[in-house]
Design a protein around this ligand. Structure first.
Ligand code: SF4
Length: 275
């Protein structure tokens, strides 16, 4: 089986489907207010174009909600050439006329294609959650993705985080700092980071992840399970160097995922500096 070692920027595709949630830390939501220019067909064309320019890139499917339409997700996954590492960010919705078994069965058909599925679950129920039993049905790597919106210095946060880690015991958990609090000055620091200190109380620190220009991470262990703490800036282009290439819901290609991002043309892609 082909397995490409990542070379070039990550290609992140914002699927043209909304999530119907309203998380207070969401930085993508406003993109979904007006869907009139969305085009899945153009998203496919852009995926194909970027596949030719960066044939070994990693691909992230995010939104919105990549699982809003399971048939389309299957189609997108089948469309992506084997060998790419594919990551999916989702809330793992289960349609009212379906079941966790049916959703897991659809996803498991693509188990070879999915490198990891990040499933949003938070200390507060900002998203509609299905039965946790679904995690035992998935036959590919998945991790629980939790943005800590609470103040880690508040004594009330510790029991909530402890209960959350107990709930997902045995699963990989990714804790994320609230993006809006991160800047180029503090993204790599652990000093004065109340959340880092709190995680150190609840889990055993193991090692640092490699620093990238716009994010870093720290690995912990608790009861034999891996817990990572990620700090990611709310932008991916630093000093003109691009960390992520974005396919927006319209199919247009940008060099960042927020309002600072600029639409790229093919010549820019050939000249692009990235890490
Ligand atoms: S589920 Fe994701 S995309 Fe939807 S509001 Fe929450 S953070 Fe935003």
């Amino acid at each position: 089986m082909k397995d490409f070692v990542k070379a070039g920027p990550t290609v992140t595709m914002f699927v043209p489907y909304d999530c119907n949630n309203a998380c207070p830390f969401c930085v993508n939501k406003k993109e979904y207010r007006d869907t009139s220019s969305f085009s899945l067909e153009r998203c496919y064309k852009s995926l194909d174009l970027l596949n030719r320019i960066f044939p070994h890139n990693d691909i992230v499917l995010t939104g919105g909600e990549p699982l809003a339409d399971l048939d389309t997700l299957s189609d997108i996954l089948s469309h992506i050439e084997d060998g790419h590492h594919v990551y999916i960010n989702t809330t793992l919705p289960v349609p009212e006329n379906s079941s966790i078994e049916e959703v897991a069965a659809v996803l498991n058909k693509h188990a070879d294609k999915i490198s990891c599925m990040n499933v949003s679950r938070h200390l507060k129920h900002y998203v509609k959650e299905c039965d946790d039993a679904i995690f035992d049905l998935l036959k590919f790597r998945h991790r629980i993705n939790c943005v800590i919106f609470e103040d880690a210095a508040d004594p009330a946060t510790e029991p909530k985080l402890n209960a959350f880690l107990e709930r997902f015991k045995g699963h990989e958990v990714q804790l994320r700092a609230n993006y809006s609090n991160l800047t180029l000055d503090n993204v790599f620091l652990t000093e004065n980071d109340d959340l880092f200190d709190l995680i150190c109380k609840l889990a055993d620190y193991k090692y640092d992840l490699e620093k990238e220009r716009f994010r870093t991470g720290f690995v912990f262990e608790r009861d034999g399970s891996k817990i990572t703490y990620h700090k990611t800036l709310p932008f991916a282009k630093v000093d003109g160097v691009v960390g992520d290439i974005i396919i927006r819901q319209t199919g247009r290609i940008y060099d960042d995922w927020n309002e600072y991002g600029q639409e790229l043309n093919i010549n820019d892609l050939a000249l692009l500096e990235y890490k």
